[in-house]
Design a protein around this ligand. Structure first.
Ligand code: C2E
Ligand code: MG
Ligand code: MG
Length: 386
């Protein structure tokens, strides 16, 4: 379905009583429309004139019923099409009470006013909807790919595994980093498809290569709201043939914030598949430490902000050393993220961290390039003191 559609002045956009075909709402990008209601035995009644940023057709989009008014283009118009799934995905994310309230409002609006365009339109919303559509098309065209960044064994200097990091390869040749698209992908649930696309491609490539290391792949916190994630991960393992023990699933603290029965169940089932669980960006969330000994977590990934702070003083260094010791006590492995210099690497190795990840050991790179890189040199033996 194309993303925008044009109507000429005077053209009927849809008619009262007809089935919504296609099942879309329209956001007016430019131009103006008139919304009118046919009342039996009386002249038709103009309900509203709507312009740029306004939405029409949203009631049918939500409840799937017939159009409740006529909408005609007053001037030449360009409209953005909004599909049902785009709205339903957002609704699924909401509190059930809010969803109920929303549905009740839709019913009442239908009864009271007919299809009056509700004025929710503004440019941010249009921008989001159109970016979402771009992402969806990008996914269909296979533009979302993993880059791999090495995770290095501190004792031997060898690459122990790779983290898969999503990149969006634009048709024009550019690369979009995750910070550009992950927030909206989370909001619209497209993140599930992105996570799985990235994990599947990376797992297939690693399983087909001579490398014997592990794959560490990110799972968005939003995946923990339903347990279909277990089947999705199982299918990545079966499609790729990667041995389950080579799959590390990275989740961040926000996924564990409630640490409720469902989260625990999902984590245990994922572990039951043979994969292990890494807690990403450790130390940046708001959860208590209580979950560390109650949830099945195999690896702590210490956030790079702690390494950045090391340059500023002894306390940050002691903090990392403390986290490494705590992880050891809990029999967890540790990855220190964001290691950029040989000095940082040596300090971390002396603290007893299992693995390090950072620009020093290799930047994220396209899969073939990362898998064919020679192993980085063993970390230097001398400890540098700032
Ligand atoms: P993350 O999972 O903590 O990944 C590490 C981030 O730190 C990556 O940023 C990586 O490029 C960057 N990094 C690694 N070493 C260094 C270093 O030495 N110095 C500095 N300054 N940065 C370093 P990136 O690739 O931009 O990813 C950002 C975040 O986006 C990731 O943080 C992760 O939370 C999220 N993300 C990436 N790919 C996916 C994905 O497929 N699914 C989900 N749900 N999230 C993803
Ligand atoms: Mg990560
Ligand atoms: Mg991280």
């Amino acid at each position: 379905m194309s993303q925008t559609v044009e109507f000429q002045a005077g053209e009927l956009i849809y008619r009262q009583g007809e089935a919504p075909e296609p099942l879309v709402a329209y956001v007016i990008i430019s131009g103006a429309v008139e919304v009118s209601l046919e009342v039996p035995g009386a002249p038709s009644r103009v309900l509203a004139q709507l312009g740029e940023g306004d939405i029409v057709g949203e009631l049918s989009l939500i409840d799937g019923h017939v159009r409740s008014a006529n909408v005609v283009a007053l001037t030449d118009c360009r409209m953005l099409l909004v599909g049902r799934r785009q709205i339903l995905n957002r609704l699924e994310e909401s509190d059930p009470f809010v969803v109920d309230m929303f549905r009740t409002m839709v019913r009442r609006l239908r009864l009271a006013y007919g299809d009056v365009g509700v004025d929710q339109g503004h440019s941010d919303f249009i921008g989001e909807l159109s970016f979402e559509r771009d992402m969806e098309e990008g996914l269909e065209r296979g533009e979302f790919v993993p880059f791999l960044q090495p995770i290095v064994d501190m004792a031997t200097g060898h690459t122990a595994g790779f983290e898969a990091l999503a990149r969006w390869r634009l048709s024009g040749g550019g690369l979009r980093p995750p910070a550009d698209f992950i927030p909206l992908a989370e909001k619209t649930r497209l993140i599930q498809r992105i996570d799985m696309t990235v994990m599947t491609q990376a797992a297939c490539a690693l399983a087909a290569s001579a490398h014997t290391g592990f794959l560490s792949s990110n799972l968005s916190a939003s995946q923990f709201s339903d347990d279909r994630i277990i089947d999705r991960v199982a299918s990545v393992l079966s499609v790729s043939g990667l041995h389950p023990s080579r799959l590390h699933l990275e989740v961040n603290e926000s996924a564990l914030i409630s640490a409720d029965a469902r989260t625990r169940h999902i984590l245990e089932e994922l572990r039951g598949l043979g994969a292990s669980i890494s807690l990403d960006d450790f130390g940046t969330g708001y959860s208590s430490l209580g979950y560390l000994h109650t949830l099945p977590i195999d690896t702590l990934k210490i956030d790079q902000s702690f390494v950045r702070a090391m340059e500023r003083g002894e306390k940050a260094r002691r903090l990392i050393a403390g986290m490494v010791t705590m992880a050891g006590t809990l029999e967890m492995d540790v990855v220190v993220e964001g290691v950029e210099t040989a000095e940082e690497s040596a300090l971390i190795r002396d603290m007893g961290a299992t693995w390090a990840q950072g620009w020093l050991h290799g930047r994220p790179a396209p899969v073939e390039e990362a898998l064919s890189r020679p192993a980085p040199a063993k970390p230097s033996g001398s400890t540098f003191v700032f």
